[in-house]
Design a protein around this ligand. Sequence first.
Ligand code: IPE
Ligand code: IPE
Ligand code: MG
Length: 237
Amino acid sequence: MSEQKRIPQHVAIIMDGNGRWAELRGKERYEGHAAGVEPVRASLRAAARQGVKYLTLYAFSTENWGRPEKEVDALMELFCQSVVNETPELIRQGVRVRMIGERSRFSEKVRSYLAQVEQRTAAGETLTLILALNYSSRSEIVRAVRRIASRSAAGELDPESIDERTVCAALDTAEYPDPDLIVRTSGECRLSNFLLWQASYAELYFPDVLWPDFTEAEFDRAIEEYARRDRRFGLVK
Ligand code: IPE
Ligand code: IPE
Ligand code: MG
């Protein structure tokens, strides 16, 4: 490893443990989600300070629609409130907000709030914040396959020419590099349908801390852990 500290270009976080955090305090699950906003701010500060260029946050999976209606409604309200409240600070920090996942399932209100934060932060150059909302990797891959198949059926694409780049370009993440480091909080060691294609050579890190307790120092620890890893990409040294 070089003397210089290695910084991942793209960090992706599965923000897990809000419900357990709330339960431990005798609170409602949605209070755990509300307590999960400050760690998002802390992660953005730490990522910008460390020189990370892309931060992807898994905020709502396609499977999460199956949760009680009250919790889902509270999460939708929290997304709307947070993007409005945080937009001035995001602009100040030079954060460009983007989204992956399927928006069509969201209400018009949620879609318009998301479109606004994307528009208002479009000039940000410090860091790209990618929100995974109504996201699952399998549904993303299915949508990509459909795009490729329809181009092929239209005679625009020779099936023999399809390669990894064709697939990458058809995914929601087409514009972004693969994640170098995937962090999942709360001690669960699984990906839960997150960036399965893109995670091929990502380093995985599973701290025990529940998401509402995640701090800048925790983010720094993840970067330190990453710097110790030996990435071989199937090769020998
Ligand atoms: C993650 O926290 C946030 C979302 C899935 C939206 P959880 O709500 O999954 O918290 P736990 O896993 O139940 O503790
Ligand atoms: C993954 O967490 C989704 C998000 C963090 C948004 P879940 O809590 O939904 O995943 P499982 O159910 O533990 O696998
Ligand atoms: Mg969970």
